[in-house]
Write a protein that binds this ligand. Structure first.
Ligand SMILES: NC(=O)c1ccc[n+]([C@@H]2O[C@H](COP(=O)([O-])OP(=O)(O)OC[C@H]3O[C@@H](n4cnc5c(N)ncnc54)[C@H](O)[C@@H]3O)[C@@H](O)[C@H]2O)c1
Length: 252
């Protein structure tokens, strides 16, 4: 039986890349999904609808409180609940690697705003519905770079470190309401934008892979088992945790 039958999930940043894979996997497990991105994620909507999944697609900027509260309202109006929030939207795939003193203040603010405040805004918008249900699962997306202290992406690594702290503190605030808050920290994944970003040249990717116990590149599909586990009842006694999914580069 599908592990998410009867559940309703929201996935941000689902137009392409890892977010689109997450949305397809949640639908395959039986969840009705609201997928969102800066623009309406029409291609992902069509892909889910083609498999017979229940889906709505909306435009939602995670940095806009009004936009994300509309996203939640539309989800509840269409599907009647909101059980799972996947805080996937982020600035990553298009970022250039650069020394920290070449990062402008505006680029720093943009990364913090989407990667940190975006997750905050979405959690704030969805929690009233989860509280009313007495149940919810929030899955945040950090990065293995936090635990490695990876150089040349200081704004990004700092923002994802914040997501780990956000996960822990929010889990304590929401535990009494039956809402679980956990986090996935992926290693480098060959998502659509990573594949075309000159920052991730073959030798850079090969050096990254060499640090892993499992010596191969990661695809979005490598994250899906952990995503479904954190979204399903299987993990209902787990909260505040960050699971690193990187082929055994970071061990903690
Ligand atoms: N690919 C990797 O190696 C890797 C590793 C660790 C963590 N991650 C994280 O996983 C997530 C997805 O990774 P990806 O490689 O697919 O990234 P990506 O940059 O290709 O995609 C991110 C998506 O977020 C959307 N987005 C950006 N700003 C937004 C906003 N303000 N509101 C709504 N949507 C917005 C983009 O349009 C895009 O579709 C990101 O949070 C990323 O930081 C990726």
């Amino acid at each position: 039986m599908a592990r998410l039958a009867g559940r309703v999930a929201l996935v941000t940043g689902a137009a392409q890349g890892i977010g689109a894979s997450y949305a397809l996997a949640l639908a395959k497990e039986g969840a009705a999904v609201c997928i969102s991105d800066i623009r309406v994620p029409e291609e992902t909507r069509e892909a889910i609808a083609a498999t017979g999944g229940h889906v709505i697609a909306v435009a939602a900027d995670v940095t806009s409180p009004g936009s994300v509260s509309d996203m939640v309202a539309e989800t509840v109006s269409r599907f009647g609940r909101a059980d799972i929030l996947i805080n996937n939207a982020g600035l990553f795939g298009n970022l250039a690697l650069k020394p920290f003193d070449q990062i402008s203040s505006s680029e720093w603010d943009a990364v913090m705003s989407v990667n940190v405040r975006g997750s905050f805004e979405c959690a704030k918008a969805v929690v009233p519905q989860m509280r009313a249900q007495g149940y919810g699962k929030i899955v945040n997306i950090a990065s293995g770079t936090v635990f490695k202290g990876s150089p040349m992406l200081l704004h990004y690594v700092t923002s994802k470190a914040a997501v780990v702290g956000f996960t822990r503190a929010l889990a304590r605030e929401l535990g009494p309401d039956g809402i679980r808050v956990n986090c996935i920290a992926p290693g480098l994944v060959m998502s659509d934008n990573v594949k075309v970003n000159p920052a991730w040249a073959a030798d850079v990717v090969a050096n990254n892979v060499a640090t892993r116990a499992l010596k191969r590149e990661a695809q979005p599909e490598d994250l899906l088992g952990t995503l479904i586990y954190l979204s399903a009842a299987d993990s209902d006694f787990l909260t505040g945790q960050t699971i690193v999914v990187d082929g055994g580069s970071v061990m903690h």
